[in-house]
Design a protein around this ligand. Structure first.
Ligand SMILES: Cc1cc2nc3c(=O)[nH]c(=O)nc-3n(C[C@H](O)[C@H](O)[C@H](O)COP(=O)(O)OP(=O)(O)OC[C@H]3O[C@@H](n4cnc5c(N)ncnc54)[C@H](O)[C@@H]3O)c2cc1C
Length: 462
């Protein structure tokens, strides 16, 4: 740094994922001067699309949008981003711990080992989730009792059916990218309530996995950033935030932005990389200690064509076996001009998988794909891995989860309450579709409204 650049603004936004971009869009449309500082060299954060050498575009992070994710849909329509239905025609495969396979189609959801008991437990989850207060979770009946236990504690008391337990464990891995022993049972209920129920989280048509974006899940982020009058300053991680009742200073290695308010949208784990002066209050620090990021890797394998479709296979699979892969989906482009399978590795399986040499990692994933889609799946023309726990500015995904006791101890004061002139956004602070892009957008808009209320500026609908 030769000379420190000094800039004044009404609001400084830290992070250019969907939360930061939604906050900045709302503030700018109300006429405020906004500076957005982004650590990475692109916008979109946990939505990150890339075109591979085979010409296929893949989404390394977020990829699906569901019909009830209203703000995501509104903005996608406004910026002309089109979607298409997720492929789910054909038979889905389940590979069991002892190597046995079963298959079923989307219209036979009740086929499979342990399914009746699994459904009974998930209905109980839905029933309890209906009692959750989404805006003030600590007012939920039996809040402390539920938060004191892990999801595993609850499941073990609910059923002795080992196959149902395996299904429940994979559901936790698939939704929160952690193990049932790690996550607060109250957080599970909160998250279910936030999405509108268990089925909304798990299913495809009409639910969270309903559709994909024709031009990638970050196309909307790119369009939103381009429409911001001040754009986004890329490659500028915020190192320090000095804050007082008079305002804030966001310090990067290129300069200082002085503003009346800051909106910090970085994932909870990344908050720890920013120095706050004065230090954040105890509740906020305690919350950070109870909100680790999930562990997930996404692997795409590309083929000349989606050959499994000819055999009436959907490409959708769940693996309860020792494979690192937990779930597989058909991620081919809308026109089917190439075949793409995406494999998800979650929780403890990620820890073991990332530690293996490149060749062993790849061999394990291709072995699983071969099991699911046939021997041709072991010979992709393109192959790419993305382990989010290795990403320095996100440190995991899909989102953070809350460990037992975290909500009760620190939730009320640490979750999203503003710290003086510093406001908090990011999908983890959302009441609706927490953990999803839709939640990121509404969190940014909520924080923008907080700032405008504090500055006594009339809000404008985005
Ligand atoms: C593998 C995976 C799959 C997913 N699938 C889906 C899906 O299908 N559908 C869905 O809706 N959601 C999905 N999600 C979740 C979704 O991606 C997130 O909920 C959403 O993108 C979070 O947006 P955000 O703005 O809150 O945070 P982020 O996108 O994490 O944005 C925060 C930004 O802050 C930046 N930053 C960090 N530290 C600093 C700093 N010190 N200074 C400046 N900038 C900083 C980061 O680089 C990042 O760009 C998935 C996530 C992952 C990882």
């Amino acid at each position: 740094m030769t000379e420190v650049e000094q800039r004044s603004a009404d609001v400084v936004v830290v992070g250019a994922g969907y939360a930061g971009l939604a906050a900045a869009t709302r503030l700018a449309s109300a006429g405020l001067d906004v500076v957005v500082l982004e650590a990475g060299d692109r916008v979109g954060g946990r939505a990150f699309s890339e075109v591979l050498p085979s010409g296929v575009r893949v989404d390394h992070g977020a990829q699906w949008i569901g019909p009830s994710q209203k703000r995501f849909h509104d903005l996608a329509a406004r910026f002309g981003c089109t979607t298409f239905p997720t492929w789910e025609t054909g038979r889905h495969v389940e590979v069991w711990h002892d190597g046995t396979r079963t298959d079923h189609s989307a219209d036979e959801p009740n086929a499979g080992l342990g399914i009746a008991e699994y459904r009974r437990v998930t209905e109980t989850l839905d029933e309890l989730a209906r009692t959750v207060d989404l805006d003030e979770p600590w007012r939920t009946p039996r809040f402390e009792e539920f938060d004191a236990q892990s999801a595993e504690d609850f499941f073990l008391r609910q059923t002795h059916d080992n196959d149902a337990q395996r299904r429940l464990a994979l559901a936790v891995q698939g939704v929160w990218c952690c193990e049932p022993r790690e996550i607060s049972f109250f957080h599970v209920l909160f998250y279910l309530a936030s999405a509108g129920g268990f089925e909304q989280l798990m299913e495809t048509s009409g639910c969270a996995q309903d559709s994909r974006f024709a031009d990638g899940a970050d196309a909307l982020a790119v369009a939103m950033a381009a429409a911001l009058p001040g754009g986004v300053r890329l490659g500028e991680p915020v190192l320090t935030v000095r804050h007082s009742a008079q305002g804030v200073e966001a310090v990067t290695d290129k300069g200082i932005v002085r503003a009346k308010r800051a909106i910090v949208t970085v994932p909870p784990a990344a908050v720890g990389r920013i120095g706050f002066e004065p230090a954040l209050p105890m509740a906020r620090r305690g919350w950070a200690g109870h909100t680790p990021m999930g562990r997930v890797a996404k692997i795409h394998a590309v083929f000349e064509e989606p050959f499994w479709r000819k055999k009436e296979r959907s490409g959708i699979a769940t693996l309860f076996s020792r494979s690192p892969v937990g779930v597989v989906f058909d991620n081919s482009p809308e026109d089917g001009s190439r075949g793409v399978l995406v494999a998800f590795v979650y929780g403890d399986r990620v820890d073991r998988w990332v530690a293996a040499p490149d060749s062993a990692r790849r061999a394990d994933v291709l072995e699983a794909l071969g099991e699911v889609a046939g021997p041709r799946a072991r010979m992709p023309i393109d192959y790419v891995e993305m382990a989010w726990s290795e990403d320095g500015w996100t440190m995991g995904g899909y989102e953070c989860f809350v460990t037992p006791g975290g909500w009760a101890e620190y939730g009320e004061h640490g979750w999203r309450r503003a710290t003086g002139s510093v406001h908090w956004a990011g999908t983890e602070t959302a009441s609706v579709w927490n953990g999803y892009v839709d939640g990121a957008i509404t969190s940014g808009e909520r924080a923008a409204d907080e700032v405008m209320a504090a500055l006594r500026i009339p809000g404008q609908p985005a």
